[in-house]
Write a protein that binds this ligand. Structure first.
Ligand code: HXC
Length: 259
């Protein structure tokens, strides 16, 4: 598959890296880039060897500086709504992916870039990264889920402050608000991301899938229903070889060997 705006590279052990590759415009997301991410997800979901996806931006300045303003300015209302809906759908696919997704935020993650990062399961950030939803300065609200995902991640007062002011957060502030899992020096972000990816893919694949579903789907359900879903998934895991192996390994005092 040939891509113009992204790079899709298998690294090792089923870990794949997707790089948004438009460094001249700080990896801004135009429609074509979103389409390529969507196509890449088709490919990754169809390949049973895909274990984990890392998403990052090309260059050392930006993860993604937002949706492409040059392209967006031309849109009429219906086209803007369709663009928003398409982007929302692509980001939702990351949350519903059958494998873990980690954002390696290596610079600006603004607007659609912050929304892309928030759609990933974990965010690892470089020490020079910057997060924010500055759409207010363009005379628009967020359109790829920022108003909703930010509220769920950092709470309503901070979301409203960030959306009202367009204030940009440095990595440490973003981590304090619960947006970022870990901060690393820019030059070691990829290595650290890969270390974490390899640790995760060494675990039970079935459990990873069940855990992702529980956390992603459960958070939008009433607690009773979400807990019933957890019991169901817990029960389901007892028909998987990983449960047999994991418990046997513990009792035999050895490391589990998950296939
Ligand atoms: C298009 C962009 C861009 C963007 C940067 N560029 N961000 N082009 N869309 N989102 C381009 C610039 O025009 C410039 O092109 C080049 O990238 C380098 O950017 P500079 O501004 O010169 O860099 P710098 O001065 O370092 O400032 C970095 C920056 C700034 C603070 C990140 O670029 C910026 O504020 N960008 C826009 C951030 C933003 O508002 N994002 C939200 C977008 S709305 P030239 O040709 O001059 O070299 C959004 C909505 C999502 O995301 C939902 C849609 C439905």
């Amino acid at each position: 598959m040939r891509y113009q705006h992204i790079l899709l590279e298998p690294i090792e052990a089923g870990v794949v890296r997707l790089t948004i590759n438009r460094p001249k415009v700080l990896n801004a997301l135009n429609r074509a880039t979103l389409e390529e991410i969507d196509q890449a997800l088709d490919l990754l979901e169809a390949n049973k060897n895909t274990r984990l996806l890392l998403i990052t931006g090309a260059g050392d300045k930006a993860f993604v500086a937002g949706a492409d303003i040059e392209e967006m300015r031309q849109l009429n209302s219906l086209e803007a709504k369709a663009f928003s809906a398409f982007g929302l759908g692509v980001l939702r696919r990351l949350e519903n992916a059958t494998f873990p997704v980690i954002a390696l935020v290596n610079g600006f993650a603004l607007g659609g870039g912050c929304e892309l990062a928030m759609s990933c399961d974990l965010i690892l950030a470089s020490d020079n990264s910057k997060f924010g939803q500055p759409e207010i300065n363009l005379g628009i609200p967020p359109g790829f889920g920022g108003s909703q995902r930010l509220t769920r991640l950092v709470g309503r007062p901070m979301t409203l402050e960030l959306l009202y002011t367009g204030r940009i957060l440095g990595a440490e502030e973003a981590q304090r608000f619960g947006l970022v899992n870990h901060i690393f020096p820019q030059e070691s972000l990829m290595t650290k991301g890969m270390e974490m990816a390899l640790d995760i893919v060494s675990k039970s694949r079935t459990s990873l899938q069940l855990i992702k579903q529980l956390v992603q789907r459960g958070q939008d359900l009433p607690l009773d229903n979400a807990c019933i879903m957890e019991s169901d998934q817990f029960g389901l895991s007892f028909s998987s070889p990983d449960q047999t192996e994991g418990m046997a390994a513990f009792l035999e005092k050895r490391a589990p060997n998950f296939n």
